[in-house]
Design a protein around this ligand. Structure first.
Ligand code: ATP
Ligand code: MG
Length: 684
């Protein structure tokens, strides 16, 4: 069994997969089988009798976790896995941990996870003067470097930073008071708990005897420290990574973690993998050329194992509409040829670039999914329903009450909400508590008679539903829909149809969740979806669109990368990091298996205006433009252009006319005129 399992690995991979005790570092370039190796190791450990429950595998995205789980389980005899090993994102692990151990911080475990959007709104409500984006990122930085609010206040020297530290203090107090947890807390709070409780750290590390981490180059200080605590009793930590693919520097990830791994963990065995199994030689070659422009790297060997393959195409277009047209056209052809949409992806450095693509896809009737984009659960109508559910699991959640107290419309205006909130702050009681427990004259004095009646009706509905929820989840759902009839509030609205479709989808999903997981309750559901960024698989097989960050670790047979323009890719200017941009370029190109198309435009509509752009330096750095025969120019030919033909040599364009995807060019080759399609020449 275990021999069989290892048969698809090369010798170094085998060595790594069979490693059992002690720290192991697999350091290797893109597509060299790092993920495959640890996936196989997971299966191998189980096949030799190690209890699956004692193996913990951590990844960065849900998608990576799902893929790895499927692959590992395919390799194992099902009878070996009574309880599956835990394989999840760092954040999911944090969530599970907190569910059991939140009480160590004297907090209840009915906490609610807030997402980025919630976080922004809370921060904005605390301070309106400083840019919210700055506050959000600074606070996150503090948390990830383990700086407490009081330490941040002390450390701040500039006035701005003093203010930021104060917002941080208030923000933390707000989260604690409402028992909310942000994404950073999912790592930070487990760390704090384990740090302060050596016995528990010992226990947990005894539970997870074998720990593996994919994409270790993107861990930050906090994740490293958390891992250390998890390994307290054994040091059986196996990590894989690639310094050339470190792309989260802006979020505090530190390449030092991987560079210093052998020092952090004594007796580390280092395995290097030097063959790339993913991409054609051509693709790999250009990726290598690009990354060689970085100075700050270890420098690794990575040779191809596949054929030379097709040339990389480079599309040059006037604007994003032309770019989209070309890509849509190509993708249609690919699908006609029988390529599965699942094998096709489009990547971009800047999220906003997806808009014109989405439009083009919709027009062409092509199915796509936007991975990690505006997620299903971030849509307003779904967030409203989630807010209702949050109140049903924790009625003291002021944040959610404020969101839905007037949805659907009940005549409760902003002034009323503000008054309620002011009273809530002053009396240190939640809004719901006030509605429920103040006597009617008191509540009337705050919000008026009519409103007080409305609020009482609202309260009664919530209490009834809560009771029903404890009896039957299905009955609860029926009654919930009936009581608030939130869906009807979108009747006859311009985008009502789509929103109602989302609402139906959500109810359907929730019902299914309860049927599949009878032992789980509404609170579990809420916390799971807060972490779930891949619930966009509603439309069957579709082409993926995503940011380069989201594409980490994935691979696609046919890949398109758009936006190769200075300013968009690389992002330039203040605070940008050219080497990290280049690593992003390397990550992006190395996602491609068989075919790769890159695209740049002369102008884009961005942030309300049209900007002129020049092509990215990465195109020449990767050897794709200038002196390279792989460039494909489908547009922009005009009279007077100098062009090069393989056989006829250099010539000048006399006339250019559109001919389908190509241009028909009349060219003067040293006195001889010839008509030639533009795809047979390149601009000189
Ligand atoms: P990345 O750095 O992008 O995360 P990786 O090093 O994790 O890449 P994998 O995703 O594990 O690489 O593997 C890349 C591709 O190569 C996969 O399709 C995998 O199945 C294939 N592969 C890996 N090792 C071998 C091997 N020994 N023989 C054949 N194919 C392999
Ligand atoms: Mg990988």
């Amino acid at each position: 069994m275990s021999e069989n399992l290892l048969s698809s690995l090369n010798e170094s991979q085998k060595l790594a997969a069979q490693h059992i005790d002690g720290p192991l570092l697999i350091l290797a370039g893109a597509g060299s089988g790092k993920t495959k190796t640890i996936t196989t190791r997971l299966a191998y450990l189980i096949s030799i009798g190690i209890d699956p429950r004692s193996i913990l595998t951590l990844t960065f995205t849900n998608k990576a976790a799902t893929q790895m789980r499927e692959r590992a389980f395919n390799m194992i005899d099902p009878s070996m896995i009574n309880t599956p090993p835990l394989l999840c994102t760092f954040h999911k692990f944090g969530l599970l941990f907190l569910k059991f151990h939140m009480s160590e911080l004297n907090r209840k475990n009915n906490f609610i996870i807030i997402d980025t959007d919630d976080k922004k709104r809370i921060i904005k409500s605390i301070d309106k003067d400083i840019t919210t984006a700055l506050l959000v990122s600074e606070i996150s930085k503090y948390k990830n470097t383990l700086l407490t609010p009081s330490e941040a206040v002390k450390a701040a020297q500039l006035k701005l930073y003093q203010q930021i530290a104060e917002v941080y203090e208030k923000y933390e107090a707000y989260l604690e008071k409402n028992n909310l947890v942000d994404f950073d807390d999912l790592l930070l709070l487990p760390y704090k708990i384990l740090k302060n409780n050596a016995k528990l750290a010992q226990e947990i590390s005894q539970k997870y005897q074998y720990i593996m981490v994919d994409e270790y180059q993107d861990t930050n200080e906090l994740q490293y420290r958390l891992l250390r605590l998890l390994c307290t009793s054994h040091n059986n930590l196996c990590v894989v990574g690639d310094d050339d693919q470190s792309i989260y520097g802006w979020r505090g990830a530190t390449i030092k973690n991987i560079l210093n791994f052998s020092e952090h963990f004594e007796n580390t065995i280092v395995v290097k993998l030097e063959e790339n199994y993913r991409s054609t030689d051509t693709i790999l070659n250009h990726a290598n050329q690009l990354i060689e422009h970085n100075r700050d790297r270890l420098g690794k060997k990575l040779v191809g194992t596949r054929m030379k393959g097709d040339s990389i195409k480079v599309y040059e277009s006037h604007d994003e509409n032309e770019e989209t047209r070309k890509i849509v056209e190509d993708i249609k052809q690919l699908i006609d040829q029988g390529i599965s949409p699942k094998d096709i992806a489009i990547l971009f450095r800047v999220n906003a670039l997806s808009r014109s693509l989405e439009e083009g896809f919709n027009k062409a009737g092509l199915h796509y999914k936007l991975v990690g984009g505006m997620k299903f659960y971030e849509r307003a109508e779904i967030k409203d329903l989630i807010a209702y559910f949050r109140i049903l699991t924790n009625s003291n959640d002021n944040f959610s009450i404020k969101r839905i107290i007037n949805k659907p419309k009940r005549g409760i205006g902003k002034t009323t909400i503000d008054k309620l909130e002011a009273k809530s702050v002053e009396s240190e009681r939640s809004i719901f508590d006030l509605i429920q427990n103040l006597d009617s004259s008191e509540i009337t004095s705050i919000v008026g008679k009519k409103n007080s009646r409305t609020l009482k009706v609202f309260e009664a509905s919530i209490l009834d539903l809560k009771e029903l929820l404890s009896e039957s989840k299905m009955k609860f759902l029926d009654s919930f829909e009936e009581t608030f009839d939130y869906r009807a509030s979108y009747d006859n609205l311009p985008d009502g149809f789509e929103r109602q479709a989302n609402i139906d989808e959500f109810y359907g999903y929730l019902r299914d969740y309860f049927i599949q997981n009878p032992h789980l309750d509404l609170k579990d559901f809420l916390n799971e979806i807060a972490l779930d960024s891949e619930n966009d698989d509603y439309y069957g097989e579709s082409v993926s669109m995503m940011s380069i960050h989201a594409s980490k670790g994935l691979e696609f047979k046919k890949l398109f990368i758009i936006g190769f323009e200075e300013g968009f890719f690389p992002i330039t200017g203040d605070g940008s990091d050219l080497e990290e941009e280049r690593r992003l370029g390397y990550v992006a190109i190395t996602r491609a298996m068989d075919n790769l198309t890159l695209s740049f435009v002369h102008s884009r509509f961005y942030k309300g205006k049209r900007a002129s752009l020049t092509k990215s330096r990465f195109l020449s750095e990767s050897g794709l433009i200038k002196g390279c025969l792989t460039i494909e120019k489908q547009s922009g030919f005009k009279k007077g252009d100098l062009v090069q033909h393989k056989i006829f040599g250099m010539g000048r364009v006399l006339k250019a006319t559109n001919a389908g995807k190509d241009y028909k060019l009349s060219i003067n080759f040293g006195g001889t005129h010839r008509d030639i399609l533009s795809s047979f020449v390149q601009k000189a």
